[in-house]
Design a protein around this ligand. Sequence first.
Ligand SMILES: [Zn+2]
Length: 112
Amino acid sequence: MARAICIRCGEERSRALAACTRCGFLPETAHDRARSMVASSQVLGGAQLDAVRAAIEQDREPDLPLPRVLEYMELFDGQAESDPPVRIPPRGCGWLLLCAVLLALLAVVLTA
Ligand SMILES: [Zn+2]
């Protein structure tokens, strides 16, 4: 089962980016969202999550792996900045492009 820790109060919840049921904290900035993602079972193991929770509940800075936080920040920052989002063309586009190139070649050959 998915586990996530509220990075403000240490409450445990099932979704990292949902509002906390205890303190109402909703991660909105890329930094908070990244920290919330890292403080979940998607990134950390059970014992590490327990340590993160204990640290937050004791008002200490939780020991979140910085490279993973930065990784997620980049992800969330990218989402926020790319408007409209960059979309990977669906597979069908490749075939359309190939057909267009072949037709163009055919036209060149026929008119030569
Ligand atoms: Zn909370």
